[in-house]
Design a protein around this ligand. Structure first.
Ligand code: PXL
Length: 242
């Protein structure tokens, strides 16, 4: 039995569980090996009023060149929070460099929430994120990120299930990639994801009771569980439900 290996391109935030500090334990608990490629090192995530931020863009190419030299291969590559505009192009090169035929690519186009960009994200970074998404087998935007990717006004979205299914289909770029759109509401007190599965061409909702409150890093936990499930052989909706 070979443990599955997942290269995770994401930041290390020391406080405020998100990105690598959830990807590593979640993927490990699911029985996989998480191999981090850090995009930035932060004292804490950027939704706190202050944070220390050390961009890792310039190190990422030589870091992953060693993996290439060693002939390492991965069952999946997952990307998340990115540190700079230049980094997005570098991440695209790293994905191409490390990708083998069996490797599938999950891009969480982390850019913002509640209609706003995160503090370190610029307009140009959000535009470049679309190009990275074009390399993905699966993308996992929230509603805010879906609006950015499709160039829609966030305020005009209802966040409902029917709309979610349409957005998921639109984000698939004609069925070229699978989509798991999070933050969709449907039914009384229910929240979840609209999934478009390119394997079947079907779109469906996966819902669960909404838990009140704001829990930062839930998108990262969700993307990690989804990736772990897919690597373990689950279907898209089954992994989203997990
Ligand atoms: O959860 C997304 C995320 C990841 N990493 C950092 C963040 C955020 C969202 O604010 O600031 C550093």
């Amino acid at each position: 039995f070979m443990q599955k290996k997942i290269a995770v391109i994401n930041d290390l935030s020391g406080y405020g569980r998100c990105s690598l500090t959830v990807a590593i334990p979640v993927l490990s608990a699911m029985g996989h090996q998480c191999c981090p490629i850090p995009t930035a090192i932060l004292s804490n995530h950027t939704e706190f009023p202050v944070y220390f931020f050390d961009d890792y863009t310039e190190k990422m190419t030589t870091y992953t060149d060693k993996w290439k030299e060693l002939g390492l291969s991965f069952d999946a590559i997952a990307t998340g929070f990115l540190g700079s505009e230049a980094q997005i192009g570098i991440v695209m090169e790293i994905v191409q460099k490390l990708k083998a035929e069996k490797t599938f690519v999950v891009v969480d186009p982390v850019m913002g929430d509640h209609g706003r960009r995160y503090a370190t994200y610029t307009q140009l970074m959000c535009e470049a994120m679309g190009a990275l998404c074009a390399q993905a087998d699966v993308i996992t935007p929230n509603l805010t990120e879906a609006a950015f990717l499709l160039d829609l006004d966030y305020a005009s979205l209802s966040g409902g299930g029917k709309e979610g299914l349409e957005l998921a289909r639109a984000l698939s770029e004609g069925g070229r990639r699978s989509v798991v759109l999070t933050g969709v509401s449907s039914g009384e007190g229910m929240v979840g994801a609209a999934c478009y599965d390119r394997a079947s061409g079907r779109a469906g909702l996966v819902m669960a009771p909404r838990v009140e409150g704001e829990y930062h890093g839930t998108g990262d936990i969700f993307a990690s569980v989804l990736t772990g499930g897919l690597v373990g052989g689950m279907e898209l909706e089954q992994a989203a439900a997990l």
